[in-house]
Design a protein around this ligand. Structure first.
Ligand SMILES: Cc1cc2nc3c(=O)[nH]c(=O)nc-3n(C[C@H](O)[C@H](O)[C@H](O)COP(=O)(O)O)c2cc1C
Length: 220
């Protein structure tokens, strides 16, 4: 155990959680339901994520009704299938092709995923406002989504962040009884994952993406 001397956190475990929380699609166990209390526990942790002015305007909707999931899956596929086909043509590298195959799997199986978790905000996004207001709007809800994914991962539950259905946001809102004043920001496909061999994805090292004091001074 690599315990931090002052915080007491096990850094190896913390870092493993942060680097191996992946978008899980093909390894979602479609045959095993996820109990509400497990999902509620993840939401309980997610609500601790930061939000502008500490306004608690985020809301969550758990969807496990087969008919509702099937209806969402139709809309999801209408957007996802052509988008992924187009990307598959222009992004030929192996890594992109693997992600596209995985995303296509989810398009094909969304209705069978044990639970869909919809993250929302109680108000509509700012229109014609400053970049700061737009950043604060989404920045107040998306950290919670990632916290949910981390909490879920630690409990053996995988999730995949998706946005395809948002092209049909109004229709899905009507289907789920969500008022028009509410904004959907992300639909998580959620299920227990099979195996536990998630490896960190290749990412550019911090030195290659960080600057010191001015843009002219890359750290790397
Ligand atoms: C804002 C955002 C939108 C995304 N939308 C989708 C989506 O609609 N469908 C999907 O399968 N994956 C979606 N993803 C997942 C990305 O494709 C994913 O981050 C990528 O596969 C890398 O996976 P990793 O996190 O496991 O490294 C989205 C991710 C983000 C952050």
């Amino acid at each position: 155990m690599t315990q931090h001397p002052t915080t007491g956190f096990d850094l190896a475990e913390t870092d493993r959680l942060l680097t191996t929380t992946k978008q899980v699609r093909q390894r979602l166990d479609l045959s095993r339901p996820v109990p509400y209390d497990e999902l509620l526990e993840c939401i309980e942790l997610a609500v601790h994520a930061p939000m502008g002015v500490n306004l608690e305007r985020n809301r969550w909707l758990i969807i496990d009704d087969p008919a509702l999931k099937a209806a969402i899956a139709v809309r999801f596929a209408e957007v996802g299938r052509p988008y992924l086909a187009m990307n598959s043509e222009v992004r030929g590298d192996d890594r992109s092709q693997r992600v596209i195959a995985s995303a296509n799997f989810l398009v094909d199986h969304l209705a069978e995923v044990p639970a869909l978790v919809l993250a929302m905000r109680l108000d509509r996004p700012p229109m014609n406002q400053s970049q700061g207001q737009v950043a604060a709007y989404y920045g107040s809800v998306l950290p919670g989504v990632w916290s949910f994914q981390l909490a879920a991962r630690a409990r053996g539950i995988g999730s995949a962040w998706t946005t395809f259905h948002l092209e049909h946001e109004a229709e899905i809102a009507e289907l789920l009884g969500i008022p028009p004043t509410v904004t959907q920001v992300c639909l998580l496909a959620v299920g227990y994952f099979t195996g536990d061999t998630f490896a960190p994805a290749p990412r550019r090292p911090a030195r290659d993406v960080t600057f010191l004091n001015t843009w002219k001074n890359p750290v790397g």
